[in-house]
Design a protein around this ligand. Structure first.
Ligand code: RIB
Length: 307
């Protein structure tokens, strides 16, 4: 069975449901509050594991009770947690999340132990990268470590997928090691300077990413409008699923974890994207990050119903 290594963040999410996002100076009482397992790296690993990929997560938690609990939950999802370090003197990363009545979110992060995912740690766990078939990265851990991981993967022939979230500028030296890039509209604009209003804009942004960095596959997620897939400059629009959104948190993470799972099963790219869209659509119908990620049977049922 093909193997996946995810390298990324582990957070505990403090989620408050509100009618609207608080304005500067405003104090709001939430309608509901819960703590949920989150972090982009962990969410993507959970999505892949629940959907059938053999998954390892490289990451860091604090030496605290919540960190121990998060690692136990990841192991219960079937993830190999042997490369998750508990960092002395650090607290586990956390996210403060408001979800409004439209299901949109606003997120503030405290990186905590995620900031300790250094190049030394990556090198210590390098076997898990070089022996994997695919490495999946995001941007909530130090960029120099992502660069080192991508470089190790490239040398070993491990395919590298980068979900460039949350949006930030990136060194060319990282982007040049990427095989598949999966930005949303904001992230694509951040990387190319092209605002994504139309499908033509998405096509131009994808072409810029192919040309500037040699990235062979660019997948721009467009929210309700679906996905723009560009493979070596050949563009294609793939429409999504229609669902009632309750909370969009971790929809992108579910998409990425599901897509790489399908690719590791040698599904063709457009089919892998439909699989990922179905998984992400299900996730937005539920509250929270890992609490919203579906299993394989649920995804297959939605695909059978709406394909
Ligand atoms: O992508 C959603 C995630 O972003 C949340 O789980 C939160 O932890 C932040 O990392």
């Amino acid at each position: 069975m093909a193997t996946l290594t995810v390298l990324g963040s582990i957070n505990v999410d403090h989620v408050a449901q509100v009618d609207h996002f608080p304005r500067p100076g405003e104090t709001l009482t939430a309608n509901q509050y819960q703590t949920v397992a989150g972090g982009k790296g962990a969410n993507q690993a959970v999505a892949a594991a629940r959907l059938g990929a053999r998954t390892t997560l490289i990451g860091c938690v604090g030496e605290d009770a919540i960190g121990t609990q998060m690692v136990a939950q990841l192991a219960a999802d079937g993830i190999d947690t042997g490369a998750i370090d508990a960092v002395p003197g650090q607290s586990t990363g956390l996210a403060m999340i408001y979800v409004d009545s439209k299901g949109e979110n606003s997120i503030g992060i405290w990186p905590g132990a995620n900031a300790a995912l250094s190049t030394e740690r990556v090198e210590r766990h390098q076997k898990r990268i070089t022996e994997a078939d695919l490495l999946l990265l995001q941007l909530e851990t130090p960029v120099e470590s992502l660069e080192r991981a991508a470089e190790l993967a490239r040398k070993a022939g491990t395919r590298v997928v980068l979900n460039p979230a949350p949006a930030r500028t990136l060194p060319d030296s990282l982007l040049r090691h990427i095989d598949i890039l999966t930005p949303n509209e904001t992230e694509a604009e951040q990387l190319t300077g092209i605002a994504i209003g139309t499908l033509e804009d998405a096509d131009r942004a994808a072409s810029a990413l192919h040309e500037r960095f040699g990235i062979s596959t660019v997948i721009i997620t467009l929210g309700k409008r679906g996905v723009w897939l560009s493979q070596d400059g050949q563009g294609e629009h793939i429409v999504g699923f229609v669902v009632e959104a309750v909370d969009t948190t971790a929809a992108g993470d579910t998409f990425n974890g599901a897509m790489v799972t399908a690719l590791l099963e040698a599904q063709p790219m457009a089919q892998a994207i439909r699989f990922a869209q179905a998984a992400a659509a299900l996730s937005v119908t539920r509250m929270g990050a890992q609490s919203s990620i579906p299993n394989r049977d649920e995804v297959m049922a939605l695909l059978a119903e709406q394909n």
